[in-house]
Design a protein around this ligand. Structure first.
Ligand code: GRF
Length: 203
């Protein structure tokens, strides 16, 4: 029998609500295969930090202003902290800052992101609205490795979500957002669990 000797150690970076972080906490954290060893944010007081604290997970805030607006310096400090946690994987879960090339190179193929579209379609902000406005029939969720570009890098997993429209072609945006977030909350923990199990060749 193959025993997973050590848990996959992950750091989660988040800027806002933290519902994806919560899904990882609920589905994986403390279950033996995956341990969240830290949650980092650029936004002091964001809900994600509160969720981490409630789960007893160490948090750190890296505000760009504290580094004189120097993104490279901020990301270097954040990378130094991540290394002290012994993290195997960095998970961007609603982290709204572009990572500097130095950070991405330091953690090459060890940073993943969740995005609410079928990349390469609709990168960037308001991806769900973009898909609806473009008249798409289908959108979805992508989990991908992070490179130096926004919402870009090798795709790990994708799941489709149909866009339902009425006779006039209008879509219920709130309902669509809820369905997409539900898929995120399933696909992101599932992907991390697969990485922990060595089934995706990373980790
Ligand atoms: C999610 O839709 C994620 O795909 C995108 O940002 C949103 C974060 O939501 N990158 P939450 O903070 O996890 O609730």
């Amino acid at each position: 029998m193959v025993v997973n000797a050590a848990a996959l150690r992950i750091v989660v970076l988040a800027s806002g609500e933290g519902s994806n972080l919560q899904a990882i906490i609920d589905r994986l954290h403390g279950g033996g295969a995956v341990e969240i060893v830290g949650v980092g944010s650029d936004k002091p007081g964001c809900r994600a930090l509160g969720r981490a604290a409630d789960a007893g997970i160490a948090t750190r805030v890296f505000e760009r202003e504290r580094f004189g607006g120097d993104r490279e310096a901020r990301d270097e400090a954040m990378a130094d902290w991540i290394e002290t946690t012994g993290a195997d994987l960095v998970v961007l879960a609603g982290y709204m800052q572009l990572l500097s090339p130095g950070f991405v190179q330091r953690f090459a193929r060890r940073v993943i992101n969740v995005h609410p579209s079928l990349l390469p379609a609709f990168p960037g902000l308001q991806a769900i609205e973009q898909a609806v406005a473009a008249g798409a029939d289908t959108t979805g969720v992508t989990i991908h490795f992070v490179d130096e570009q926004v919402d870009h890098g090798p795709v790990i997993q994708q799941r489709e979500v149909p866009i339902e429209r009425d006779a006039d072609g209008n879509a219920d945006l709130d309902a669509l957002e809820q369905r997409i977030h539900a898929v995120e909350h399933d696909l992101l923990p599932q992907t991390i669990a697969q990485i922990a199990a060595g089934r995706l060749g990373v980790g």
